[in-house]
Ligand binder design. Sequence first.
Ligand code: FES
Length: 153
Amino acid sequence: EGRKSMDLTVNRGSHSISVDPEKPLLWVLREDLHLPGTKFGCGAGLCGACTVLLDGQPVRSCQTPVGAVGEATITTIEDVTSQPAGPHVVAAWEDLDVPQCGYCQAGQIMTATWLLEQMPDPQDEDIDAVMSGNICRCSTYLRIREAIRQAAK
Ligand code: FES
């Protein structure tokens, strides 16, 4: 009950689904669209693990009802390399072996990609200000910062 048909644009493809518009985008991505890269961390908008891009802007998909997405274009970690900075970010992440447990890293990469679209040459304080919303329980913060600086080159 309460399901609605909608068309979502995800990772450059169109998907027709029938879901409750209140369902968080996170769960639509994971369950209905079988894109498991976006992670459930806190479910409360606090950790950033669920970050995806909506028309290029980072949003917390656990806090975004799918019914609010409308025509916006959704980009998840599975297609982050479609963003101009995406390939550089992924390459730097691999090069510097950023992840430890890895759980938060999809969200970190989405936010970092957005950051580099805004600021091609971010300073440490810019990086810290933007990335502070993405929590890493393994404290990979220094490697994240280094990877962003490398990706900016
Ligand atoms: Fe969405 Fe933590 S799972 S912010």
